[in-house]
Design a protein around this ligand. Structure first.
Ligand SMILES: [Zn+2]
Length: 294
């Protein structure tokens, strides 16, 4: 038993594939060495045996940013969605009817577990560019303290360089279109809030005015998956692979940037059409969920 109530309508699988670009240097807090705040990197070995270290925007961090963007979503009654639902970080409500926990999962220790049906993937930067270490005058948490008692402690912080590209993927297992609207809202709303501290923000990378974005809604996976190998270090190759896979749907009938199979078991939206589709779903989330709290 999944512990989930019977869905109000047909369930589907949904996937989002995107290439994100850091629009400035970004700090993804990882661990603090003595006076150095480190970012997270991953190590891999190329087919020729050569070792490679890359910057990383971990899926678990992205998941946290998305959940927070839902919990902090503004409602007409002056409260945020998390307050209206009594759902918080780390104290999630774990109720099957919660629009956040039902998809992102929830846990009340020793009492109740609600398994999430959304998984996050990807995040290994394409370019071969290691983090940069910068000197900072004072840690932000020290600013609130009395400077006489607590003299500024210079510290170093690592940053992921601007312009790094991160292929990222969100996968939803058996959710209704209504449930997926929370994921669409969170994915779009979290883009400006990516990173710890300041500065923040990433954007969906564009080529010729088309965002590198694909959204699938399906019962059978008929489309090629635009996934980039973590070993890929060429932006040009990555874009080419993403584009060629994005436009490959087995038995798909294309109408502009969207494809549907004859039996309707697979639907795909690419580029601007995918972006528009996510915005429509995010609007539905605002109208149907956020505006309930007046
Ligand atoms: Zn909840």
């Amino acid at each position: 038993m999944s512990g989930l109530p019977k869905a109000n309508g047909q369930r589907y699988h949904f996937d989002i594939y995107a290439i994100l670009e850091g629009t400035q240097e970004l700090y993804f807090g990882h661990e603090v060495m003595i006076n150095v705040n480190m970012v997270e990197t991953v190590k891999l070995v190329l087919p020729n045996g050569e070792g490679l270290e890359k910057c990383y925007f971990s899926p678990t961090k992205r998941r946290g940013i998305e959940r927070r963007s839902l919990l902090w979503a503004p409602c007409p009654n002056g409260q945020m969605l998390g307050e209206n639902l009594d759902c918080h970080i780390p104290r999630t409500c774990a109720k099957p009817e919660c629009p956040i926990c039902s998809v992102y999962g929830g846990l009340i220790v020793g009492k109740q577990t609600l398994i999430g049906r959304l998984t996050h993937a990807g995040g290994v930067a394409i370019q071969r560019l290691l983090p940069e270490e910068k000197q900072r005058a004072m840690h932000p948490t020290a600013i609130v303290n009395d400077p006489n008692e607590n003299p500024p402690q210079p510290f170093k912080r690592q940053y992921n360089e601007p312009g790094l590209l991160y292929p990222v993927y969100n996968h939803c297992l058996s959710v209704t279109e209504q449930e997926f609207t929370a994921v669409a809202y969170a994915f779009l709303d979290s883009l400006a809030r990516i990173g710890s501290g300041n500065p923040k923000g990433a954007t969906i990378y564009e080529t010729d005015g088309e965002p590198l974005l694909v959204v699938d809604k399906y019962l059978v996976p008929h489309g090629e998956r635009p996934v980039i190998s973590p070993a890929e270090t060429s932006v040009e190759n990555a874009i080419r692979r993403f584009q060629s896979r994005a436009w490959a749907v087995n038995g798909g009938n294309w109408d502009g940037g969207s494809a549907t199979t004859d039996n309707g078991n697979f639907q795909r939206w690419v580029g601007k059409m995918a972006y528009q589709k996510l915005q429509d779903w995010a609007d539905t989330f605002v109208n149907d969920v956020l505006k309930k709290y007046r």
